[in-house]
Ligand binder design. Structure first.
Ligand SMILES: NC(=O)c1ccc[n+]([C@@H]2O[C@H](COP(=O)([O-])OP(=O)(O)OC[C@H]3O[C@@H](n4cnc5c(N)ncnc54)[C@H](O)[C@@H]3O)[C@@H](O)[C@H]2O)c1
Length: 282
């Protein structure tokens, strides 16, 4: 893929980027794209992720301060927003790239789910968007005409068995984006989710069966799976002034996967795989 040149789309804009852990993180790639387009921003992640990940390197590369925040703590979110206010004044965009399921981590099947972990999945991966929007609004941090993007996955609409309770979390995340979007629209603030294809990151590859999901999507999508850098370019357009009337949408960034039934390549592959089965059945 040729490297995207900068268009200055975010010149003069300020933002918050949640969820960059290491250089494979989608948020990391988005931070680099935002910098390329002229934005200034704050980076944030949970304190434990700051210890385990490599966010300092991104902070140095993009001259972006780091403000820790565990989004499962309401007081952390409020305090963080006040810190950002001191650092940047106010912001024009927010990226929510946060996802975590203790049930998936511990390889617990959906029907044997641990309910306290289920609540954590929903809290960290979805309700956190509500908290972030609430405190961005009540602290006066987010500017009129701002743009908020949260990363989602097609598990919100279709069942991907190994995605377990994250399917539910993404459905809730998308619903919160619509509901909050309707309440912030009078200020010209947009809230959207971007439904990204499987991407080889720490959260992605932590899912049992991820390689199968990745290959399946790659073989079905007419344009193939988009990379994290391509997702970053798309998010830049949503943070920019070029998409001022796009809100309350779940926008698929998946190479055409969602509207494709089956590809020719998949048909050929399945025919080869199951050759002989029909004869055996008859
Ligand atoms: N990788 C994929 O295949 C894929 C596909 C579609 C959507 N997404 C979504 O993209 C987003 C980013 O994930 P990624 O794939 O880049 O993986 P990632 O592991 O790099 O990012 C997930 C981030 O969530 C953060 N996080 C977890 N608990 C937190 C907490 N309590 N407080 C604050 N932050 C916390 C982690 O520290 C990490 O930085 C997630 O919402 C994920 O569901 C990923």
């Amino acid at each position: 893929m040729p490297e995207t040149k900068g268009y200055g789309l975010l010149k003069g804009k300020k933002g918050i980027i949640f969820g960059a852990l290491d250089d494979r993180s989608i948020a990391w790639r988005i931070a680099l794209a935002c910098k390329r387009e002229g934005a200034d921003f704050v980076l944030s992640n949970a304190p434990i992720a700051l210890r385990l990940g490599t966010l300092n390197a991104l902070s140095e590369e993009t001259s972006a301060p780091i403000i820790p925040c565990d989004v499962s703590s309401e007081s952390d979110v409020e305090a963080m927003m006040n810190e950002v206010k001191k650092e940047l004044g106010s912001v024009d965009f927010i990226l929510h790239a946060i996802g975590m399921s203790p049930n998936i981590r511990k390889k617990i099947e959906y029907n044997d789910i641990n309910y306290s972990w289920f609540k954590q999945t929903l809290d960290i991966s979805a309700i956190s968007l509500h908290k972030i929007l609430h405190y961005a609004e009540t602290t006066g941090l987010i500017n009129d005409g701002g743009s908020v993007v949260a990363l989602s996955y097609i598990g919100a609409q279709r069942i991907f068995s190994k995605y377990s309770d994250m399917n539910d979390a993404k459905a809730l995340l998308e619903s919160i984006a619509r509901n909050y979007g309707s309440r912030l629209a009078h200020r010209g603030i947009r809230v959207n989710t971007v439904s990204q294809a499987p991407t080889k990151t720490s959260a992605g590859t932590g899912i049992k069966g991820f390689d199968g999901m990745y290959t399946f999507a790659e073989k079905i999508a007419p344009l193939g799976n988009p990379s994290a850098d391509e997702c970053a370019d798309y998010c830049v357009t949503l943070f920019s002034d070029l998409t001022r009337k796009v809100t309350m949408q779940n926008l698929y960034h998946d190479g055409g996967f969602v509207t494709t039934g089956i590809s020719e390549e998949m048909i050929e592959g399945l025919l080869r795989l199951y050759a002989g089965d029909e004869e055996n059945e008859s």
